[in-house]
Design a protein around this ligand. Structure first.
Ligand SMILES: C[S@@+](CC[C@H](N)C(=O)[O-])C[C@H]1O[C@@H](n2cnc3c(N)ncnc32)[C@H](O)[C@@H]1O
Length: 264
């Protein structure tokens, strides 16, 4: 009975877990990554004013940010205790237009009411993700978008202890699976964006070393070019080269926990 685990989750995590959920994204680790993910979602949503369906909303932190941005938000979750926390969160932050509802995303009845739908770390808890995505497809107005931010391949194994401890569902939910389902359901356009990971360094300076001798001269640039070419011939193209060379999305990106944008 995995849905029973989802329904009882808040009771099972105790006061510390509740405190973490209520203060998300600020308590505990991962704050920067959560906010970076949300930043990317904000960039990809249609402009305000717009109605957003926030699915598997948990304690509602994403909805409170979206409402502050000016969206009219419906945040839904199967767990009534989570929706209580989400309401507390809304009352505490006191911002924007949000309605939180107890609802199973696998049995929704919305019809062309929303401009966008967001699954943040929630679709991989579905018993039947196809049914959940079908409900979202119906809920969206024509041409509007669904954004998923979900863990990729390996998640179910990595989270087996959580699934066992709390009786919740923990599936792999990689982009290739979401896109395959989305295509079958009628979504027409698909994009994949990297999920926030460790900050990527743009460049690096060591002030103890002078810049000038380290500046790459033309021989150094040529050597780097040859090295890259040899590496491509011997080992094959890297992810970033592959899309450019072969016009096919690199497999690793479609297997990893990345953000997927689907347009109806
Ligand atoms: C990992 S939590 C993520 C919550 C929230 N999006 C966040 O970022 O904190 C997954 C959420 O999905 C909810 N959930 C699981 N199955 C669901 C279903 N069938 N319908 C609606 N919500 C569901 C759970 O109750 C839980 O709150």
């Amino acid at each position: 009975m995995p849905k029973l685990g989802e329904l009882n989750y808040v009771k099972a995590i105790g006061p510390e877990g509740v405190d973490f959920a209520l203060n998300k994204p600020f308590g505990g680790g991962g704050c920067g990554r959560y906010l970076a993910d949300l930043g990317r979602i904000m960039e990809l949503l249609p402009p305000v004013p717009a109605r957003v369906l926030d699915l598997g909303v948990g304690s509602g932190w994403t909805s409170t940010f979206l409402a502050r941005r000016g969206y009219d938000v419906v945040g839904q979750d199967i767990c009534p205790d989570m929706i209580d926390l989400a309401n507390q969160n809304r009352d505490r932050t006191g911002t924007g237009s949000i309605a939180f509802v107890v609802q199973d995303y696998e049995s929704m009845g919305y019809r062309e009411e929303f401009d966008a739908a967001v699954f943040y770390d929630a679709l991989h808890h579905a018993e039947d993700e196809r049914v959940a995505l079908a409900g979202v497809y119906k809920a969206l107005k024509p041409g509007r978008v669904c954004i998923t931010v979900e863990p990729g391949e390996g998640h179910s194994v990595a989270s087996a202890h959580t699934a066992e401890k709390y009786g919740v569902t923990e599936k792999d939910m990689p982009p290739h699976h979401i896109i395959t389902l989305g295509r079958e359901l009628g979504f027409r356009q698909f994009r994949v964006y990297p999920r926030a990971a460790e900050p990527e360094m743009a460049c690096w300076f060591d002030r103890t070393r002078p810049l000038w001798p380290a500046r790459p001269g033309r021989w150094r640039v040529a050597a780097r070019f040859v090295r890259k070419a040899v590496r491509t011939v011997v080992k094959g193209a890297r992810g970033s080269d592959q899309a450019f060379l072969f016009d096919t999305p690199p497999e690793a990106i479609l297997r990893a926990g990345n953000l997927v944008w689907l347009q109806k």
